[in-house]
Write a protein that binds this ligand. Structure first.
Ligand SMILES: [Zn+2]
Length: 154
């Protein structure tokens, strides 16, 4: 990965996004997601209310909030083109292509939020079947049920 491979710029999904500056092949590393590891979850307030902390293993977090970590700009999408993979031997996570990615395409991955977290984080990925919340793919059916149960009755 070099500085020419990705860039941060305004995204139609949310805020700044991370964009490919060249093509990526499936399984290719796109950008490192770097930062210090901690034994306590970094506070959201510290990073301006945004969530940049990954739970690598139970009780161990990677705080990606640093300006030295451009990959922190990667947005969530319901059909992401990348995934974030932890490499224990390098003590580093890598955004890695899930499928072929075109130059200028926005890099997205599944933030993997819980049902509770999803209620505070709307998704605007614009896919036809966007569930409207940032939530881990396996939990989406549960979210749909949750929203159905929550509908006001008349
Ligand atoms: Zn979505």
């Amino acid at each position: 990965m070099s500085a020419r491979d990705v860039e941060s710029r305004p995204s139609p999904i949310a805020g700044l996004g991370l964009f490919a500056k060249r093509e990526f092949a499936p399984s290719e590393r796109i950008a490192p997601y770097s930062g210090p590891t901690t034994s306590e979850p970094p506070s959201e307030a510290f990073s301006g209310g945004k969530v940049y902390a990954l739970e690598i293993t139970p009780g161990r977090w990677l705080d990606g909030a640093s300006a030295d970590n451009p990959a922190r700009h990667a947005n969530h999408a319901c059909h992401p083109n990348a995934e974030l993979i932890w490499h224990e031997e390098e003590t580093m996570a890598w955004l890695t292509a899930l499928r072929p990615i075109a130059a200028a395409e926005e890099i997205t991955f599944d933030y993997g939020f819980s049902l509770a977290e999803s209620l505070f984080h709307p998704c605007a990925c614009r896919s036809a079947d966007c569930v409207g919340r940032i939530i881990a793919a396996p939990l989406r059916p549960a979210l749909r049920r949750h929203l159905r149960f929550s509908r006001p009755r008349d």
